[in-house]
Design a protein around this ligand. Sequence first.
Ligand SMILES: Nc1nc2c(ncn2[C@@H]2O[C@H](COP(=O)(O)OP(=O)(O)OP(=O)(O)O)[C@@H](O)[C@H]2O)c(=O)[nH]1
Length: 462
Amino acid sequence: MFDWFSLSMTKKVGGLSFILLSFLFVVILFSAYQSQRIYYNMMEVAEIDVPLSEIVAEVEVIQLRQDLFIESLQWHPHATSFNSPMVELQLNDQTEQDFRTFNQALASQLFKAEKVLHNALTLGSVRLKMTDHQALMEKVGLLHKHRIAFEKTLNKAFRTQSMSLQDWSVLEDIDQKLEYESDRMLRMIDVLTMRVSDAVEGQEHRFVLINAMLGISALAIGTYLTLYIILSFRKRVWSLRGQIHHLHHALSTESNPQREHLKSNNMRTKDELDELEDDLQILLSRFSSEIDNRQQIENELIELATRDKLTGAYNRRKWDEQMQAVLHLAHQGYAFSVILIDVDYFKKVNDTQGHDVGDKVLKVLVTELNRLLKPQRDSLFRLGGEEFAVLLKSGDSDDAKQLAEQLRHHIETFSQPDLPAITISLGVTGYQEGDTRQSLVKRVDQLLYEAKAAGRNQVVSD
Ligand SMILES: Nc1nc2c(ncn2[C@@H]2O[C@H](COP(=O)(O)OP(=O)(O)OP(=O)(O)O)[C@@H](O)[C@H]2O)c(=O)[nH]1
């Protein structure tokens, strides 16, 4: 089943936006459709009903003129024969002229009405009550017929300058019919116009109602969408900030001076994003200092792992690493030298003074040897027991010999009240082409042996 709540925020916002836009789209389409309908209905009123109303108004005026015309005909019936009583008419040129004028006007108005209705029915501009329009058309036709009959009757009278009583009553009858039909036509047009305006009004009401409903729905969805986005956004930001605070807490339980500083310095109003940015900034700086600390600790641990615990000189592991590195460089032309150092008669120190003193002697020895070494170039290693080595990463073997002699002399002459005096024997050699670690160590070991054999407290080099 469709699970709205488990959708991602993007999908929810996208879905709601789509619905909102669809609503707006429907509102626009419906508005356009209704406007179009209202427009056509109004067009129908403007093109058909308004001209028809004007025509009928004209016909009414003409009708009045026609009534007056008939009134103006002074007549009195007199019998010319028993069977055919005649009407004596006051007919002159002016009378005929008047008749022709209003008769023509009437004919023209009726033609106009026919044309309007014919166009409306044939061109399809009538949308409401087609049958009523057809009835109206018929009514105009009838009026036309009455007018022609009226015209004929009068034409005859003008020709003969007289009229039978029968014709006179026909004329009066036609006149009444004309009047009656014209009234009916006007009423029909009124009804039609009313219907059209009612229909338009109804459409307008529906239009307003449906548009209002769609608009309210769109507003509701828009409001919900906006609130949803704001609340989701705030919830996410707060959740992120919560996680950041947890991280702060995990990094340190102490109060964070940087955070306090930021808080106290930034009194201006901040939004959620500003606060999140601050939190992230502080977190990042804390991470970076934490990384620095860890790096420092790691370096210290590495350093500890490479140092001899008793003396602080580098241990054999470091010696192996460094030898590998300098041999690799030596193969590329960077020479190096080694001084191998051994304490003379150290067993005697242990035996006579005790092991602790022996330890202290070894510690002091390392301190004193280091005094004469150049940290950039020379490194001191404890290879085991009372045996040490100095690695000179650069310089030739003469430099090494010179340094070895300085070391020997310094230890020979060094004294400390609580420690026995000691001497050291040293073997010195430089890198020779084709050397391996074993060949070089073996050679310098041999030289040290020779120094011992030669009476100790001396330097032997190759
Ligand atoms: N105090 C102490 N003594 C140690 C330590 N490591 C080795 N030794 C002692 O150093 C002595 C080395 O003695 P030997 O190898 O006989 O050499 P030496 O007495 O110095 O005589 P030569 O080297 O021939 O001059 C031994 O007695 C070891 O016990 C240490 O860490 N502390």
